[in-house]
Design a protein around this ligand. Structure first.
Ligand code: CP
Length: 325
């Protein structure tokens, strides 16, 4: 059993995990508590909290961290994983997302989907009878953001008032989900990008609304130095998202002033840390001296994908106590 199980108002059993904006901050905090508990008590992992449960992973795009951490998460808790990609990938290719969802819901206990577009994921989830998890879509990467805020909490104790700066393509899926998680937990989110890569107005409005309850704030800058002043966390991601390789040269030219360099840290708080969801391109969005230096939390982040996703699977598939229903 889990020592501090989810309270009735924190129950997530049967829910989908497509976008953090679908969740109440209290639910995100409960997931973080569960992840911390699973991480700090390795003996729990040996307990078969998900014995006999099957997780399907359907991936349209490559993955190292998301695929392997989900497979390890379910198998280490007593369940098993099935992986399909390429020609076997089912969402909206051989049959409709709805038909694939109805069929898979008869076979497995949860599904993780990595898609190019967000819409087939939503259609799949609407027809599914089991929890569906967004393993990255064009709009969102909520599993990454969950692990990111777990890492920030570990390092700083709390996100309340924490100043997080995201440099680069501020309208990509990682930036959006990260900002949602930060403001929901009371942090201050700043984007620094050229106007071409600035978050959409609707996204900024949604973030302001999401943060209102917890005191979270959001601002978008074009000047990276103004954004970096006093920052506690500096975050970046690749300049060109998967599937947009044809835009790489244009993005590289526009985003060069937003590369995370050693000099960038002369404007931050002295204790500032560096984060990146990986994979990274040294010499492009980040200098090797930063990502490989003492400030870098990138491998703690990557490890936390596993702890966060163990918590997610326990919360979505069971009653959150590790009791199979
Ligand atoms: N950060 C992340 O999602 O990594 P993968 O693309 O390797 O899964």
């Amino acid at each position: 059993m889990i020592a501090a199980p989810l309270a009735p108002h924190e129950q997530l059993q049967g829910r989908h995990f497509l976008d953090l904006a679908d969740f109440h901050p209290a639910e995100l905090r409960a997931l973080l508590r569960l992840a911390r508990e699973l991480k700090s008590a390795p003996s729990l992992v040996a307990r078969p909290l998900l014995r006999g449960r099957t997780l399907a992973l359907l991936f349209e795009k490559p993955s190292l961290r998301t695929r392997v951490s989900f497979e390890v998460a379910i198998t280490s808790l007593g369940g098993q994983a099935l992986f399909a990609t390429g020609g076997e990938m089912l969402v909206g290719t051989r049959e409709t997302p709805e038909d694939a969802a109805r069929v898979l819901s008869r076979y497995v206990d949860a599904v993780v989907i990595r898609t190019h577009e967000h819409e087939p994921l939503e259609r799949f989830a609407a027809a599914a009878g089991v929890p569906v998890i967004n393993g990255l879509s064009a709009l969102a990467h909520p599993c990454q953001a969950f692990a990111d805020v777990l890492t920030m909490e570990e390092h700083f104790g709390s996100l309340e008032g924490l100043r997080v700066v995201y440099l680069g393509d501020a309208r990509n899926n990682v930036a959006t989900s990260l900002a949602q998680a930060v403001v929901m937990l009371g942090g201050s989110m700043r984007f620094a990008s050229p106007l071409s890569h600035r978050p959409r107005e609707a996204t900024l409005q949604q973030l302001a609304k999401l943060g209102a309850r917890a005191g979270g704030r959001v601002r978008a800058f074009t000047d990276p130095v103004r954004a970096l002043r006093g920052a506690d966390v500096v975050y970046t991601d690749v300049w060109t998202s998967m599937g947009e390789e044809h835009l790489h040269e244009r993005n590289a030219a526009m985003l060069l002033p937003y590369a995370v360099t050693e000099r960038a840290f002369s404007f931050t708080a002295p204790h500032a840390v560096f984060m990146h969801c990986l994979p990274a391109h040294r010499g492009q969005e980040v200098e090797a001296g930063v990502i490989d230096g003492a400030r870098s939390l990138v491998f703690d982040q990557a490890e936390n994908r596993l702890h966060a996703q163990r918590a997610l699977l326990v919360a979505l598939i069971t009653d959150g106590k590790g009791t199979s229903i």
